[in-house]
Each structure stands twice: as C-alpha cells, then as structure tokens.
Design a protein around this ligand. Structure first.
Ligand SMILES: [Zn+2]
Length: 118
C-alpha cells in the first residue's frame, strides 16, 4: 500500500474536523439531533483517520495532533525540501529535556501558574 504523505493526511483530517464541527453547530442551532450526530460522526472519522494515517513515514510513530515539520520521535523531515538532518532539532528520544514542538517554553511558566490554592 502506498503511503499517504503526512501533510496530506493532516490537511484532510483538518478539513474533516472543521466540517464536522460546523455540521454539529448547525445541528445545535436548529435543534436537529440527526445533524449533531452526523457532525460528531465526521469528527470521529477524522480522529480515526488521524490515528491510522498521520504517522511518521520513517519510524511509523503517531505524530500527535499538530502539524510538525519534523517527526518528534526520530527527527526526520516530514516536508519536502527540508534537509535530512537538522543539528538544531532534538527528537524526543534524544537526551535533551526539550520537547520538540514547544521549544522555547520556559519551565518557570508551569511553576508560576498559581500558588493561590491556599
Ligand atoms: Zn519518525
């Protein structure tokens, strides 16, 4: 079976999700349960497609919910035109403590969220 490029899968999943959401909203506005279920069905289909096909063509791992230029697991490029290796990019497996996809987030942000539980 020929592999679908991850970007194509991502776009199809994105369009399906948006359409499903719109159908759902229209169904909610018109109080039509059948439309709500149809929209939910399309969104579930999008999720299933994403789980099944939005995978790294190199290592086969699931790429998560967002579009990535590189596989977060093995660091291989998912878009044409990117160099095979990127010295600045650290895959999850690398011992770096940095998560690809959110590279510049300061760890203090989490800690500073709120001691107002007291
Ligand atoms: Zn990979």
């Amino acid at each position: 079976m020929r592999k679908i490029p991850p970007k194509t899968v991502w776009i199809i999943v994105f369009i399906l999700s948006v359409q499903g959401l719109l159908v759902c909203l229209v169904g909610a506005f018109k109080s039509t349960p059948r439309l709500i279920w149809a929209g939910a069905g399309v969104m579930i289909l999008a999720l299933v497609l994403e789980f099944a096909f939005y995978r790294c063509p190199y290592c086969g791992k699931w790429l998560g919910r967002m579009w990535m230029k590189r596989c977060p697991w093995c660091g291989k490029p998912l878009e044409e035109g990117l160099p095979e290796e990127d010295p600045d990019y650290r895959p999850i497996d690398a011992p770096a403590g940095k998560t690809p996809g959110e590279p510049d987030r300061a760890p203090e942000e989490d800690a500073a969220k709120g001691p107002d539980g007291e």
